[in-house]
Design a protein around this ligand. Structure first.
Ligand code: AMP
Length: 278
């Protein structure tokens, strides 16, 4: 089957063949992490749509929108190799009318943890994801656990706004040394990359502990040991559904999440762990 590149709603309607449709939303610069999402979509649906759109709404004024990697031709090769049916690649003018007014609010959960450092980011994410859902009309959509708060907020949006779409979460794909794959890793110098390993090392060390206080303390020690080239925005141990910090009596699954800047590159990572009842 020839890969179809769709630029707007009409192209998407024409490309539709019937059967279950899975959507994998991305900002392009596709890597093995994206590929694993596509493969998960492939086994669950008859038709796989990958969207490639660097969404201006989710970048703050001092963030990396203009330098975000754009590698469309290579991305098409990846999609062909993975048996993707449709690549949806709208341009910004197609997505956002200049007089647009209405958008999605991520609420309180969008303003904590990652949201506290990126005001408006999750409103921008949810707005574009809702638009992609309405344009593509998928039966299911796949998102990475790498962006755990994004995944939790998308589940929240689907529940709160009654969207008839199944959301699948996919595990984080890592380099052999632990670094979580990210389109932003290409900004890292070789030295930065070594420093950046502190994120996954801290998460692994923290996740080996058994109480919230120990998890936080041990992970923080590893981050501190990385030295001044690593600036931590936050280390958070939260309930995966609400992103509220867990207390010492918490039992159940938790997400240990970190965001830090190495050189000029901001990285995020997280792991899931479980606290057993005392
Ligand atoms: P992005 O292109 O960075 O917006 O990411 C598109 C999707 O890929 C999101 O659902 C991400 O959570 C997911 N993703 C990004 N990096 C990884 C990774 N290392 N492993 C698994 N999924 C990922």
């Amino acid at each position: 089957m020839e890969l179809i590149v769709a630029r707007g709603r009409e192209d998407l309607v024409k490309a539709r063949r019937g059967g279950a449709v899975a959507l994998v939303p991305t900002m392009g610069a596709l890597h093995e992490g994206h590929r694993s999402l596509i493969r998960q979509a492939r086994v669950r649906a008859d038709q796989v749509v990958v969207s490639i759109f660097v969404n201006p709404l989710q970048f703050g004024p001092n963030e990396d929108f203009s330098r975000y990697p754009r590698t469309f031709d290579a991305d098409l090769d990846v999609c062909r190799a993975e048996g993707v049916d449709v690549v949806f690649h709208p341009d910004a003018a197609e997505m956002y009318a200049s007089d647009r007014q209405v958008s999605v609010s991520a609420g309180h959960m969008g303003s904590i943890v990652e949201g506290a450092f990126r005001p408006g980011h999750f409103d921008g994410v949810l707005t574009v994801v809702l638009k992609l859902f309405n344009l593509v009309q998928p039966d299911l959509a796949v998102f990475g656990q790498k962006d755990a708060q994004q995944l939790a907020l998308i589940r929240r949006m689907v529940a709160d706004l009654d969207l008839p779409i199944e959301i699948l979460g996919a595990p984080t794909v890592r380099e052999p040394d632990g670094l979580a794959l990210s389109s932003r890793n290409r900004y890292l110098s070789e030295d930065d990359r070594q420093v950046a390993l502190a994120l996954s090392r801290a998460l692994r060390a923290g996740a080996a502990e058994f109480t919230p206080a120990r998890v936080r303390a041990v992970a923080q020690e590893v981050l501190d040991a990385a030295g001044p080239r690593l600036t931590t925005d936050y280390l958070a141990l939260v309930d995966p559904a609400t992103f509220a910090e867990v207390d010492e009596s918490y039992a159940g699954p938790a997400v240990l999440a970190v965001a830090a800047t190495v050189g000029t590159t901001r990285l995020i990572d997280n792991v899931t762990l479980t606290f057993n009842p005392a």
